[in-house]
Design a binder for this molecule. Sequence first.
Ligand SMILES: Cc1cc2nc3c(=O)[nH]c(=O)nc-3n(C[C@H](O)[C@H](O)[C@H](O)COP(=O)(O)OP(=O)(O)OC[C@H]3O[C@@H](n4cnc5c(N)ncnc54)[C@H](O)[C@@H]3O)c2cc1C
Length: 463
Amino acid sequence: MEAIREEIPDSQIMIELSDRYSYSFDASFGEHLPDVVIQAKNKQEVVHIVTIANQFHIPIYPRGQGTCLSGGPLPVYGGIVLDLSQWPEQIGMSADDLTVTVSPSVLTARINEEAEKHGLMYAPDPSSAHVATIGGNLAENSGGPRGLKYGVTKDFVLGLELVTPEGDVIRTGGQTIKNVTGFDLTKLIIGSEGMLGIITEATLKLVPKPPAVQTIMVEFNNVQTAGRAISRTLTSGILPTKMELMDQACIHAVEHFKPSGLPMEADAIVIIELDGHPETLRIETSLIEEIMHEIGASRVSIPTTREEASRIWNARKQVSPAIARIKPTKVSEDATVPRSKIPDMMDRLQSIKEKYHLDVVVFGHAGDGNLHPNILCDQRDQEEMARVERAVEEIFQAAIDLGGTLSGEHGIGTMKAPFMKQELGDAGLEMMKRIKDAWDPNGIMNPGKIFPEKGQKLVLQNE
Ligand SMILES: Cc1cc2nc3c(=O)[nH]c(=O)nc-3n(C[C@H](O)[C@H](O)[C@H](O)COP(=O)(O)OP(=O)(O)OC[C@H]3O[C@@H](n4cnc5c(N)ncnc54)[C@H](O)[C@@H]3O)c2cc1C
């Protein structure tokens, strides 16, 4: 600690139990107490801390706002939690280049706020954008509803600055849209869950803010038809910005929580947003209306005012808080399938729900196959949690069987590590381990994540 204190002010070092406890969990499951929490406010401080951690082989865990849903920032082997959330906000807009350079602590929604002042948009829009850092988004490759049309975080990163696990500073990519110099380390770092180093700066791509948007809400008497409607729309030549699905349980939860005028009798709704030139939107809206009626939708509503449209989108935003009130514990998954397999995945989820007698609600970014089955349960009920664990395993298996993936956006962390081999196979997993070993020879950077330990199983119950 003496070596750390040489360059880090005491006010940024926390050793009291109460402080350390605040950093022992994230928004998922599991609690792990760090030995010390250090707040870094600039690159030099990060280099100093990482160099010492590497010299003495002390585990170090980068952390933004701790909203991770897969255990990413948890200090599973003790050591140092490196809190980056207190780094002063830096947002360097370069409107002529359509780029912005940001510090790791910037809340994602702030980037879009600044971009909009210049008629521009930062498209990735995770629901946690107001509370999560761009550093966390980059490490998790976060996505949101607009991912359907625009892509996810990785599609908007031009360059990164990274402090490697050995304390060196590297820059990847740059300010240009095109760059094919050597291996694409930018893409390797994005989504690496803080295991390859600390991101200290990012240059992000912006796009022109679309001149107009149009919302459409479609009701279905059957959730499978909703799934088919999504595939049909996407193969019709129209690419909506967002296509969000809510099943009946979600609709009811929202209406009991914050009544928003959603159709209680519908089995499912799909909320669509189009963006672009007003004339194009008019044509696309009527085409979607036709498709939906053809496929068997029970009603298509087209809001005519901004207020009506925001009422619908606000209702969608209320799903998470609304379902969280139903039972004490919410296990939120993000298994993702190819879009044509959404109806099959809905069937598999229904069978899993019945087999384990569990309360499962489904919503999500259905347009890109990223469903969020949420199991509502009570963590104090060990028998129920054992059923939940088995159900979650089957949800992962269902996604893989259907050609999908364990995680569309929440990451692997500690939670999904036991299932990595099922998706990647031995050779695929081994190749990832070799990359990790080459970058981090002493294994200090966010250890205990993504790679399964021998015999590791999914555990949703705190000991
Ligand atoms: C209510 C709610 C809604 C959510 N909605 C979405 C959603 O729509 N889409 C989505 O993708 N996710 C969503 N999430 C998950 C979460 O918000 C994202 O994963 C987010 O990117 C985490 O950011 P954070 O600042 O909280 O990072 P943390 O949780 O602190 O850390 C996340 C990971 O990033 C690493 N990390 C953090 N900063 C750095 C850095 N500077 N350098 C290197 N590694 C770093 C950590 O080690 C950890 O592995 C949601 C979470 C909640 C609670």
